[in-house]
Design a protein around this ligand. Structure first.
Ligand code: OXD
Length: 309
C-alpha cells in the first residue's frame, strides 16, 4: 500500500518530512512519480491535475492538504462514491480567526483612512464607534466561520451570520437560506466571506449584494476568488458604495501583475494566507485519517459532493 502525495506549495518538503515522521512505515509516492499505481490506496493532494485520481484502480480515499476541496470535486473524472475529506485542523481555524480579526480591526479603527492620511501628511482624528455598535456579518458558519465568530465576539463586535441551513450559535444573530440572505446583508458594515466554492456560491458577491449592504461597508474575502464578480467590486468601490475590500483569494493565483486589484487604492491584497495549513499538526490529523482507512473504518471530515462541502 502507498499514499500519493501532491503539494505544489513552497513548503512541500516540510509537508513530506512531517508526514514521514507521523507515518514512518508509510510509502509516499510523490506525483508525478507514481511507481506501480496498483499500490496506491490513498491520496493527499492540493490542486492535483484533473484525471490523475481516476487512474488509480485501488484508491479508497482522498484528503485535501487544505481546508477547501473544490479542486478535487471539480475534477469531472473523480470516481463516483470516492470519499473526499477536508483537512480540519483547529490551528488553521485559529489562524483564520486571527486573520479576519486583524482585518476587521483595521477597518473598525479607521486604519484604512489613517493610511491614506499618512500619505498626505495629514493629522486628523476620526470618530470611532464602539465595537458593540459595529455589525460584522459572516457568510458561512462552518468550522472556520464558527472560529471567526468566537474570536470577534471576544472583541465585542455585534455579529450576524448566514448559512444555507439553519444554525444556532451563541452571541450571533443567525440567518439562513435565500430568503434571509438580504435581511442579513442590510446590517453588515463589514462582511466576511467564508463560504465554500460550489455552483451555488460562484459569482455570489456581485453588485446586487453590494447594493444591499449599508453604504460605505467593507468586504473581506477569505473564501475563493470565484465567489466574487471582480468588475462589480471595482465598480462598487469606485462609486463609494463600498469603502474597501481585503482580498486573500483570487480567480487566478498568483494574482497576475497586470490585474487592476494590485493598484486599486481601496483594495488590500494578501497572497492566500488566511488559513495556511500547518505540516506538523496537519500530518498527525492525516495520519489518523489513513490509519482509520487501513483498519476499514470511516474517514472523518468527509464532504458531500452534491453540496460541495
Ligand atoms: C484553502 C486553504 O482551502 O488555504 O483555501 O486551506
Amino acid at each position: 500500500m502507498a499514499v500519493l502525495f501532491h503539494c505544489p506549495w513552497e513548503n512541500a518538503d516540510e509537508w513530506l518530512s512531517a508526514l514521514r515522521k507521523a507515518m514512518p512505515r508509510e510509502e509516499f509516492r510523490v506525483w508525478p512519480e507514481l511507481g506501480n499505481i496498483v499500490d496506491i490506496d490513498f491520496a493527499l493532494v492540493w490542486n492535483l491535475p484533473p484525471g490523475e485520481l481516476r487512474r488509480l484502480p485501488n484508491l479508497v480515499g482522498v484528503s485535501s492538504l487544505g481546508a477547501g476541496v473544490d479542486a478535487i470535486l471539480n475534477d469531472s473524472t473523480l470516481p463516483p462514491g470516492l470519499p473526499v475529506a477536508r483537512l480540519v485542523d483547529p490551528l488553521m481555524a485559529e489562524r483564520m480567526a486571527e486573520y479576519v480579526s486583524g482585518c476587521v480591526l483595521y477597518y473598525h479603527l479607521n486604519h484604512d483612512a489613517y493610511d491614506r492620511q499618512q500619505r498626505q501628511r495629514r493629522w486628523q482624528r476620526l470618530e470611532c464607534k464602539d465595537a458593540r455598535d459595529r455589525t460584522v456579518g459572516i457568510l458561512g458558519l462552518g468550522h472556520l466561520g464558527t472560529a471567526v465568530a468566537h474570536k470577534l465576539r471576544g472583541l465585542g463586535f455585534r455579529l450576524c451570520g448566514w448559512s444555507r441551513h439553519a444554525k444556532e450559535l451563541d452571541g450571533i444573530e443567525c440567518f439562513h437560506g435565500e430568503m434571509e440572505f438580504e435581511r442579513m446583508l442590510e446590517q453588515c458594515e463589514i462582511l466576511v466571506t467564508l463560504l465554500p466554492l460550489t455552483p451555488a456560491t460562484e459569482g455570489l458577491l456581485d453588485k446586487r449584494v453590494f447594493n444591499q449592504m449599508p453604504g460605505g461597508a467593507f468586504l473581506i474575502n477569505c473564501a475563493r476568488g470565484q465567489l466574487l464578480v471582480e468588475q462589480d467590486l471595482i465598480a462598487a468601490l469606485d462609486a463609494g458604495r463600498l469603502a474597501g475590500a481585503t482580498l486573500d483569494v483570487f480567480n487566478t493565483e498568483p494574482l497576475p501583475a497586470e490585474h487592476p486589484f494590485w493598484v486599486h487604492p481601496r483594495v488590500r491584497i494578501t497572497p492566500h494566507v488566511s488559513c495556511l495549513s500547518e505540516p506538523t499538526t496537519g500530518a498527525l490529523i492525516l495520519a489518523d485519517q489513513i490509519r482509520r482507512v487501513r483498519r476499514g473504518g470511516r474517514m472523518h471530515d468527509v464532504v458531500d459532493p452534491r453540496q460541495g462541502y
